[in-house]
Design a binder for this molecule. Structure first.
Ligand code: ADP
Ligand code: MG
Length: 607
């Protein structure tokens, strides 16, 4: 029953309301650091210093040389919803500053002891504003440079519940350094200083982006980065990606910025990974620093108080652009790892905005981007009287000239001159000597890559090549495997299989793809299905890619298979006409190069 005399709903006093609201914006020292830095950048600072003690728990100070604030502004700035950055709804739809919610200073001052000193260029004196005595804001005039310094002490001193929630000093320090680092990456034109417990953690001068990344991540990582740049009417994309062989065990070196604001977005991060297709080993992640620029009217950054989440008008399109651009950069780069791995230190004197791209390496049969085999035939002397490989279908070779077998190579020098001298090692690797060094190629991985691209091509263009079997094979499978075959049947057919279902678990194979080696017709189907199922836990690929991958793996020559000279040459030629000859579809490397210059260096020869 309603008691007319008692009113149970009350409006909270502002100081309490601010403490509650603060919890959303300021979760830990790093969030206060981030907000204060955003204010400095919005105030057009050219240099920003961040000073913390005890991981920011006892002290945070951010000093900038930006515009500063007038006395009036300095006083009002601490009120909730006080902002100079937006005024109307239309402004909210078109945000071009990092801040706009007018909450940060109010939130920080609700949970910490604040002292701000600020001065605008048109004033002779600075003003000092603090909330020390009470929750009220005091101010006095003082001396100080143009710009703003905000000190926040003893974060959460008045909200013990939140204070207990803070982690150890090293953990909080790590969060702060991450926050500062992201800003330093997004704003390389700003000088950054970061001091923790009196120790200078970094001191970065304004620099082009590539140099800033080197300053932060070191030469080794940045020399592995490939520049990416792409633009359409929806989005401008630029940044850097790691070569696949530099991928990491964690995602911590993945940076995504939208309109220069660090954001978290799994879908776009995932689009990048998709762009690597199967260049990445399972469980490894690429390093990337990616800047997206999108018209602010087409995004909503006001999803969460920390402004790290975004909603896009058209996320699918952005996803597609990102994945396609990444794919393009990778397929246009030479990704063969060189040995030894530690890269020569790059000459920084000519450093530009871009990390220098990896020099193109010459390879027998030269690396080309299209799959037209005829365009990539290795020029090499015809050896008369060569014998055909014989037998029926030899899918590996496109019936090339039979090169001399190793034991016939009395004068390898002649052959090196034109085509490169190849030799199979341990029935596993192929050694290929070229003008400026030699390559070691993993025969299985190489053939897998060749068959994979061929299979993808057949499936997508629906141009199967089938070898009809003289004696159709009847195979028994589990009902669930057979059901999977049925599900994949259209793809299987475009790959070159000709199958009939006799019962729910009996399949008749009338024909197999041309790339299936004689003798494997009976087992290949079950092998593919097993591989297909195993692959389920990898990065999700389209079913046709998974099928192509499973097929390639099972139909490829194995480690341990002995190869004829003609097969070796055909394999190398086919490999280097692949789109992505650097890794097998599972992400393992296909080839490693040992440059001659490196041997020379190791043997102390100057050239
Ligand atoms: P917001 O950044 O969302 O506007 P804040 O609470 O962070 O809200 O800051 C309130 C206002 O105080 C800003 O809009 C800006 O006018 C002013 N301000 C805050 N920090 C600075 C600074 N470092 N330099 C100049 N002005 C500042
Ligand atoms: Mg702000």
């Amino acid at each position: 029953m309603k008691n007319a005399m008692s009113q149970t709903i009350k409006i909270l006093p502002e100081s309490l309301a601010n403490k509650i609201a603060a919890g959303e914006v300021i979760q830990r020292p790093a969030s206060a650091v981030k907000e204060l830095i955003e204010n400095a950048i919005d105030a057009q600072a050219k240099s920003v210093a961040v000073i913390i003690e005890d991981g920011g728990k006892s002290l945070i100070q951010v000093v900038d040389d930006g515009t500063g604030m007038s006395i009036d502004d300095a006083l009002i700035a601490f009120q909730r919803h006080a902002t100079s950055k937006i005024a109307t709804y239309d402004d909210l739809e078109n945000i071009t500053t990092l801040g706009f919610r007018g909450e940060a200073l109010a939130s920080i001052s609700a949970v910490a002891q604040i002292e701000m000193i600020t001065r605008i260029a048109s004033s002779d004196t600075a003003v000092r504003v603090s909330n020390h005595s009470s929750s009220l804001i005091d101010y006095t005039a003082c001396a100080g440079p143009v710009g703003t310094s905000v000190v926040a002490k003893n974060l959460f001193y008045n909200t013990p519940g939140r204070k207990n929630f803070l982690k150890s000093t090293p953990t909080e320090f790590k969060h702060v350094i991450d926050a500062v680092q992201r800003m330093a990456i997004a704003y390389p034109e700003i000088a950054w200083k970061f001091i923790s417990n009196g120790e200078t953690i970094f001191n970065l001068h304004p620099a082009p982006m590539a140099e800033r990344l080197t300053d932060i991540f070191g030469e080794r990582l940045t020399s592995s980065l490939l520049p990416i740049e792409q633009e359409n009417e929806l989005v401008r994309l630029r940044g850097f990606l790691s070569r696949p062989d530099f991928s990491r065990k964690t995602r911590t070196e993945q940076f995504l910025f939208l309109n220069r604001r660090y954001i978290l977005n799994r879908s776009i991060a995932y689009a990048v990974v998709q762009g690597y297709e199967n260049l990445l080993l399972r469980g490894t992640f690429p390093v990337f620093v990616l800047f997206l620029e999108i018209n602010p009217r087409r995004i909503d950054i006001n999803v969460h108080p920390t402004k790290m989440e975004v909603k896009f008008d058209d996320e699918r399109s952005i996803y597609r652009v990102v994945a396609a651009s990444v794919r393009k950069v990778l397929s246009a780069s030479n990704l063969i790892p060189e040995f030894p791995e530690d890269k020569k230190v790059q000459d920084r004197s000519g450093a530009t905005d871009m990390v220098p791209s990896v020099p193109f390496t010459k390879f027998p049969g030269q690396y080309v981007l299209n799959q037209d085999l005829s365009a990539t035939v290795i020029s090499r002397p015809e050896i008369p009287g060569h014998t055909d490989a014989g037998g029926s279908v030899v899918p590996l070779t496109d019936r090339p000239v039979e090169l001399a077998k190793p034991d016939q190579m009395s004068q390898p020098g002649e052959i090196i001159a034109d085509a490169g001298y190849t030799i199979q090692l341990f029935n596993k690797y192929i050694l290929s000597i070229v003008e400026d060094g030699f390559y070691l190629i993993d025969q299985h991985a190489a053939h897998e890559r060749v068959l994979y691209e061929r299979a993808v091509d057949k499936i997508t263009t629906r141009k199967p090549e089938t070898q009809e079997l003289l004696f159709p094979q009847t195979v028994q499978m589990s009902a669930s495997d057979a059901a999977l075959v049925k599900e994949l049947l259209p793809l299987m057919q475009s790959l070159g299989f000709s199958l009939k279902f006799f019962s729910s678990s009996t399949i008749i194979i009338d024909g197999v793809p041309l790339d299936v080696k004689p003798g494997k017709e009976r087992t290949i189907l079950q092998d593919i299905i097993d591989a297909f199922k195993e692959d389920e836990h990898g990065i999700p690929l389209e079913p046709y890619e998974r099928l192509a991958k499973s097929f390639a793996c099972k139909a490829a020559i194995k480690s341990g298979d002995s190869l004829k000279g003609s097969e070796i040459h055909a394999l190398i030629r086919q490999l280097f006409s692949c789109k992505i000859p650097f890794s097998c579809p599972h992400g393992r490397p296909v080839a490693i190069k040992y440059p001659l210059s490196d041997l020379d260096r190791r043997f102390g020869r100057s050239s």
